[in-house]
Design a protein around this ligand. Structure first.
Ligand SMILES: [Cu+2]
Length: 135
């Protein structure tokens, strides 16, 4: 699934089986973007202080998780067609209430990036991915 950077703002990756109860406790709003099905966790992310992921400049993400006890344990990005990743390792900061700040991302070339978000719910790990086209 490819998306243009124009749709980056508040794209969501969602997981299946999210109960009505966990949805009610979720900080995500309908306007946060598209939700996909997964496995009990809903995730939305957006670029902080920018409308899009920039080319060859550092950027940060705000990640929102539902249910809020889910943890963000890793973020990475690769260009599968080129068989390389980023030259930087981002850092994660818990902001509370299911919100996380991810700093130190840098996508150094245009093309399709695969954003990988590693999440744990009740110590059960899962991987959510979002393809993003950087024009
Ligand atoms: Cu590349």
């Amino acid at each position: 699934m490819n998306r243009t950077a124009d749709t980056l703002l508040a794209l969501c990756v969602a997981a299946a089986g999210a109960s009505a109860a966990s949805a009610a406790a979720c900080p995500l709003q309908p306007g946060d973007g598209q939700h996909l099905t997964g496995d009990g966790v809903t995730l939305a992310w957006q670029v902080i202080n920018r409308r899009h992921v920039p080319l060859a400049e550092p950027f940060a993400l705000l990640v929102m998780l539902c249910p809020t006890q889910a943890r963000l344990v890793g973020v990475d990005a690769t260009m599968p067609a080129h068989r390389h990743g980023m030259n930087y390792r981002p850092s994660l900061q818990a902001l509370g209430e299911g919100r996380w700040r991810v700093q130190g991302l840098l996508w150094h070339m245009a093309g399709t990036w695969s954003l990988r978000l590693d999440v744990a719910l009740d110590e059960r790990p899962q991987v959510l991915r979002q393809d993003v086209v950087l024009p």
